[in-house]
Design a protein around this ligand. Structure first.
Ligand code: NAD
Length: 490
């Protein structure tokens, strides 16, 4: 068993390479966001460790790829069962590591991680390839798909195990082996999962996890010549670096990036439902979800009533100790990120915006133990110009801007007037309008009269600077397999 604590009772993580935990001497401090204290040491891996992991993954690849999909699926199912059996431990760890509430970790992050394995275990059994007959040429042409090899997987800190398993599951289900690098700020649940791999029947080298920073371990993975594909979820700025670094090797890239997601609320919306959902879509997980709403456009006739009721509902969205199941929000990921989010509110105020609740208006009452944590109350701004950085840039915190609009044409232009194109929400009871508006929005995902309802079979991903490629049942299978077209003359 790996060592779990040093003499100062810090949790000490180790890389998992070739089916073994590998002790390491260089570490990065990882903080408990709800107290501001270091509680965990994460390996600060680099080229050498990535090299070992890629070697292990390369050696494991032929045997894993040769197994039948249903044989591989059994291992994924077993792993899902094991994570589920330890759900509470995983939820506690995710909440402490990320700052999210224990409730969210228990009801969303960990159950979804379990489901990712179950979903891809079965989904991979049902794909078919294509076939076309050219009788006049006496030919038949068909496609076959094969796993690509060693997949490099890089994930962010906001939904740590959820997003890591969203990549590991389809990659290994399709017969690849993987080297994964979670965010250095939230590595604990990935490490806990490694402890279950052997019992799940995962052969050594199929899943390797190397911990460390982006410029260290992440870059070593991206620039490794024997890693032909990279699935990355994170910021647009990092994706630009990854694209450049992988270009000399012509790597296949899947990039799931940031957003500046609008909600468009027409006068005929079901207001009660719309307000409850839009508070949730703006502030869930402290606003640290790529799909969170951060620009709310409200039809002018509804604007005064919407604003009043939205601010009142926001004030009921409670921020506090993540371990208290009565809270809706916990702490932001880091002090640096908290300061960045606050700086956007300051900027908006300096430009003439009004703060209706939250930052600078409402005091948070925190237990003594959490006074040093990175907490921020949900904040609602109005009077922010569309051209302001607050309306253009991803804030990725509990801040949302509300603005009135006049008419469909205007609001579509304003909603599309950012460089991002990840998600959007449209609220209206008029079905024709819903279809008209949703099809014109530049977003990879559009919800109407709801938010965050997902069918994992369907494509997930963004347009414009929000991403390249799509993930999901068939899309992930296509990404993680190489297609070959074969023509046979008879
Ligand atoms: P980030 O880009 O800073 O880091 C993401 C991951 O990339 C981390 O593991 C990090 O260590 C690694 N990384 C950083 N620099 C690297 C480099 N040069 N080479 C290789 N790897 C490197 O993002 P973050 O701050 O962890 O996450 C927040 C961002 O992720 C937000 O922009 C959010 O919108 C986005 N996100 C997108 C989705 C989506 O599905 N579209 C989902 C969640 C988060």
């Amino acid at each position: 068993m790996p060592k779990t604590a040093d003499h100062r009772t810090h949790l000490v993580l180790e890389n998992y390479i070739g089916g073994k935990f590998v002790p390491f001497s260089r570490h990065i401090d990882s903080y408990d966001p709800s107290t501001g204290e270091v509680y965990c040491k994460v390996p600060d891996s680099g080229k050498e460790e990535v090299e070992l992991a890629v070697t292990a993954a390369t050696e494991a690849f032929p045997a894993w790829a040769a197994r039948s999909p249903s044989d591989r699926a059994q291992v994924l199912h077993k792993l899902a069962d094991l994570i589920e059996a330890h759900l509470e431990e995983f939820a506690q760890a995710e909440s402490r590591d990320q700052g999210k509430t224990i409730t969210l970790a228990r009801t969303v992050d960990i159950p979804r991680s379990v489901y990712n394995f179950r979903f891809f275990a079965t989904s991979v059994l049902h794909h078919t390839t294509e076939c076309s007959q050219q009788d006049h040429l006496s030919c038949i042409t068909y496609t076959i798909r094969s796993p690509v090899g060693v997949a490099g997987l890089i994930s962010p800190w906001n939904l740590p195990l959820y997003l890591l398993t969203w990549k590991i599951a389809p990659a290994i289900a399709a017969g690849n082996t993987v080297v994964a690098k979670p965010s250095e700020m939230t590595s604990v649940t990935a490490w806990m999962m490694c402890k279950l791999l052997e019992e799940a029947g995962m052969p050594p080298g199929v899943v390797n996890i190397v911990f460390g920073t982006g410029p260290g371990a992440g870059d070593a993975l991206v620039s490794h010549p024997e890693v032909p594909l990279i699935s990355f979820t994170g910021s647009t700025a990092t994706a630009q670096i990854i694209t450049e670094r992988s270009a000399p090797f012509c790597k296949r890239l899947s990039l799931e990036l940031g957003g500046k997601n609008p909600a468009i609320i027409f006068h005929d919306a079901d207001l009660e439902e719309c307000i409850q959902t839009t508070v949730r879509s703006s502030f869930s997980n402290q606003g640290e979800i790529c799909l969170c709403t951060s620009r709310i456009f409200v039809e002018r006739s509804l604007y005064p009533e919407f604003l009043k009721r939205f601010v009142a509902a926001t004030r009921l969205w409670k921020t506090g100790a993540p371990c208290d199941s009565g809270n809706n929000n916990g702490a932001l990921i880091s002090r640096e990120h908290l300061e960045k989010v606050r700086s956007y509110v300051k900027l908006a105020v300096s430009e003439g915006a009004q703060v209706h609740c939250g930052e600078g208006v409402d005091m948070l009452e925190l237990p003594d133990r959490h006074r040093g944590g990175y907490f921020m109350a949900p904040t609602v701004l109005t009077g922010v110009e569309d051209a302001s950085r607050c309306m253009q840039e991803e804030i990725f915190g509990p801040v949302t801007c509300i603005a009135p609009f006049d008419g469909e044409e205007e609001v579509i232009g304003r909603a599309n007037g950012v460089r991002y194109g990840l998600a959007a929400v449209v609220w209206s009871r008029d079905v024709s309008r819903v279809h008209r508006v949703t099809r014109r929005l530049q977003a990879g995902l559009v919800w109407s009269n709801c938010w965050l309802i997902r069918d994992l079979n369907m494509p997930f991903g963004g347009m414009k600077c929000s991403g390249v490629g799509r993930e999901g049942g068939r899309d992930s299978y296509h990404f993680f397999t190489e297609v070959k077209t074969i023509t046979v003359k008879h």
